[in-house]
Design a protein around this ligand. Structure first.
Ligand code: AMP
Ligand code: ZN
Length: 117
């Protein structure tokens, strides 16, 4: 069923407490933790507790949780003292997605002046 935990999904296993993570925020429907391979001085991931393969599918099925993901991303950035930050949703392997459980990257802590857009 849509949204159900997947036994082979690393982020479902973090939600279940089966894999450790450095959790910085929790909400009823989301979890925020530090990326294991940071690409910036601050690099967080905000994920829904439910499993959807990417953010667009999450938003289509559960728009309130998708909105909560963004609220939590902003709160997490504020908690890290970031005045500026970048949110990234990689969608599809060719775009660099490696974990197929919806997540948003929160990157900050250095000038983020380069980018694709
Ligand atoms: P993406 O490439 O957008 O799918 O992002 C997946 C991110 O998850 C990568 O930046 C990984 O470094 C990160 N990641 C993978 N496994 C873990 C883990 N066990 N704990 C924290 N971050 C992880
Ligand atoms: Zn999952």
């Amino acid at each position: 069923m849509a949204g159900e935990a997947q036994a082979d999904c690393v982020f479902c296993r973090i939600v279940a407490g089966e894999i450790p993570a450095t959790v910085v925020r929790k909400s009823e429907r989301t979890l925020t933790f530090r990326d294991i391979n940071p690409q910036a001085p601050t690099h967080l991931l905000v994920i829904p507790r439910v499993h959807y393969p990417n953010a667009a599918e999450l938003a289509a099925a559960e728009p309130e949780i998708a909105a909560e993901l963004l609220v939590e991303a902003g709160e997490a950035a504020r908690g890290e003292g970031l005045a500026a930050y970048r949110l990234i949703f990689n969608t599809g392997a060719d775009a660099g997605q490696t974990v197929f459980h919806a997540h948003v990257h929160v990157l900050g802590g250095e000038p983020l002046t380069e980018g694709l857009v």
